[in-house]
Design a protein around this ligand. Structure first.
Ligand code: C2E
Ligand code: CA
Ligand code: CA
Length: 524
């Protein structure tokens, strides 16, 4: 049932990879397509704004120069200066004097003409006449800006005279402070004042509205904003072109990922099947790594480490098969096998050596049921060993789900077993958490022992771990001791036990028995 579920889960995972990769390609094409199109729209809007800003600035400067000259109104020198300024200003159509809505004279001629009183005052102080008739220009082509008694005529289309690739692009310039119902100052196409509300304090923005991608940019000099709107079709064309590359690439990646998931699942299942048969065929055996008392070099115990000699002769390490056993509900049988092996290697001998202990590695699942306690009861009964003969190791990471483990840990404590926390420092256990479990021994992970004498930024961590364990009364075994310098440092800091290649690699139990007779020379 569980196997079927795993296969189904694997298949689902492969299907998700297969579908999601091309879909991600499509989503990414949409993102890139939108980003490029909105950038193009923003560039158009900035062009328009640049021209509008430039026009307004030129108008203001020419008026300032006329005003500063201080000539009599419509005098010959003033008309001469007007003509000169008109010619030298690229954005300006003409300049003139105005009084009571009547143009008195201008750079084009000295004829008076009525401008009317339809203007409104802009925040920069200018009175804006949106459409005026001026010189030979067609009605509505020109607008006028008035400061004091001077008037500047501007071609309305000039800010919009920017290259946009397609004629379907709509452009416009808005005065920011005009009523919501008022239209644009200048525009090409159907631009909307309501778009300005998207600015909300931003310098520029882009969004989708009514089948268009709209960009709005705001002037830093004047209270105006320019807009550009590109038909959504342009975005769709771009997105489809990008998708044409990305979706097949995504499909290919999805195919590769799905194939990898399927083959990994198959390998996992075939490894699980091989494990099951290995257990039946008794292909597993134990090696024992000596545990040394640092004070006198005496071998006081050994850690039992599982090995798998396959029928093919291949030797497989626990790092490879333990995770597979854990995922395929074989761990309980595995642990049971470990106890059988310890019993056959050391059973009767343990009863005669109550001070010697064997450390046994357990998995998180072993702490999820009472099976472990029953297995131990049977082991004690069959071997006549005492609980002090065993150290039960549980990794720090397995203790994450402590709610379930607590009852089993309690039952083991009641029977007098010592429990060690393995690989300490690789999980996230806090001091109070360890205290609440009343564990007896702390095994410092090899990665911390390695840093001793290395001047690594983490080399102090080992000292902190030792101090903490001592504070809460736990005994300490240091793992992976390879150099004399590490053994000395650990001894100086009060660590009681150590194991590692310095003292001995995993070996047969017969050799461990020999070692007990001769204390380790490595400490002297
Ligand atoms: P572990 O419990 O931390 O065991 C120590 C590992 O470090 C062993 O690897 C050992 O051979 C290795 N080692 C010992 N001293 C040194 C040293 O000085 N330097 C270096 N570089 N390595 C050293 P091994 O035997 O490959 O075991 C790997 C892991 O597999 C064990 O880590 C343990 O978590 C797990 N394991 C082994 N046997 C069993 C078992 O029977 N049941 C369970 N649940 N897990 C087991
Ligand atoms: Ca261990
Ligand atoms: Ca360990």
């Amino acid at each position: 049932m569980r196997r079927r579920l795993l296969t189904a889960f694997n298949g689902l995972l492969a299907l998700i990879a297969l579908v999601s990769m091309p879909w991600l390609g499509w989503v990414e094409a949409g993102r890139q397509g939108y980003s490029v199109t909105s950038e193009v729209a923003t560039r158009y809007a900035r062009d328009v704004l640049y021209r509008a800003d430039k026009t307004a600035a030129q108008a203001r400067d020419t008026v300032a120069r006329l005003d500063a000259a201080g000539f009599d109104a419509c005098s010959v020198p003033e008309l001469k200066l007007m003509g000169h300024l008109d010619l030298s200003s690229s954005y300006i159509q003409g300049l003139g004097r105005i009084q009571n809505g009547l143009v008195q004279c201008s750079s084009v001629n000295t004829l008076k003409f009525d401008l009317g009183k339809d203007g409104y005052r802009s925040p920069s102080g200018a009175i804006v006449h949106s459409t005026v008739t001026y010189g030979s220009q067609a009605p509505g082509e020109v607008m006028a800006l008035q400061w004091k008694n001077f008037i500047v005529f501007i071609n309305r289309d000039l800010p919009l005279d920017t290259w946009t690739g397609s004629l379907n692009v709509e452009l416009g310039v808005f005065q920011m402070d005009r009523p919501a119902s008022s239209g644009p100052e200048v525009a090409r196409g159907d631009v909307k004042r309501v778009w300005l509300t998207h600015l909300a304090g931003l310098g520029d923005t882009s969004f989708i509205d009514g089948g268009r991608i709209v960009a709005v940019v705001r002037s830093t000099q004047f209270r105006i904003a320019a807009v550009a709107a590109i038909p959504i079709m342009e975005f769709e064309t771009r997105r489809n072109a990008i998708a044409f590359r990305l979706v097949p690439a995504g499909a290919l990646a999805g195919l590769v990922a799905a194939a990898a998931i399927v083959s990994l699942g198959r390998r996992q299942r075939s490894l699980a099947a091989a494990l099951r048969s290995g257990l039946r065929q008794k292909e597993f055996f134990l090696q024992y790594q000596p545990i040394i008392a640092l004070t006198n070099g005496q071998c006081v115990g050994a850690e039992a480490l599982m090995r798998w000699r396959r029928a093919t002769g291949e030797l497989v390490g626990p790092d490879l098969f333990i995770p597979v056993a854990e995922q395929s509900s074989l761990m309980t049988s595995m642990t049971q096998r470990v106890f059988e092996l310890v019993q056959s290697d050391a059973g009767p001998w343990l009863a005669d050596h109550p001070d010697f202990h064997i450390a046994i590695n357990l998995s998180a699942v072993d702490f999820h049921s009472i099976t472990l306690v029953n297995t131990l009861d049977k082991f004690m009964h069959d071997t006549c060993a005492c609980p002090q003969n065993l150290i039960l190791e549980i990794t720090e990471r397995s203790l994450m789900d402590v709610g379930v483990a607590r009852d089993v840990i309690h039952a083991l404590h009641e029977r007098g077993y010592n429990i060690a926390i393995d690989d300490f420092g690789t999980g996230y256990s806090s001091l109070s958490y360890l205290q609440s479990l009343q564990l007896d021994i702390l095994k410092i992970d090899r990665s911390f022992v390695e840093t001793i004498g290395m001047r690594a930024p983490t080399s102090n961590v080992v000292n902190h771990i030792i101090a903490m364990a001592r504070d809460i009364g736990m005994r300490i075994i240091a793992e992976g001791v390879e150099r004399t310098e590490q053994a000395e440092h650990l001894t100086e800091h009060g660590v009681q036990y150590a194991q590692g290649w310095l003292f001995g690699r995993p070996t047969t139990f017969e050799e461990i028995k020999d070692m007990i007779k001769i204390p380790s020379q490595k400490l002297t």
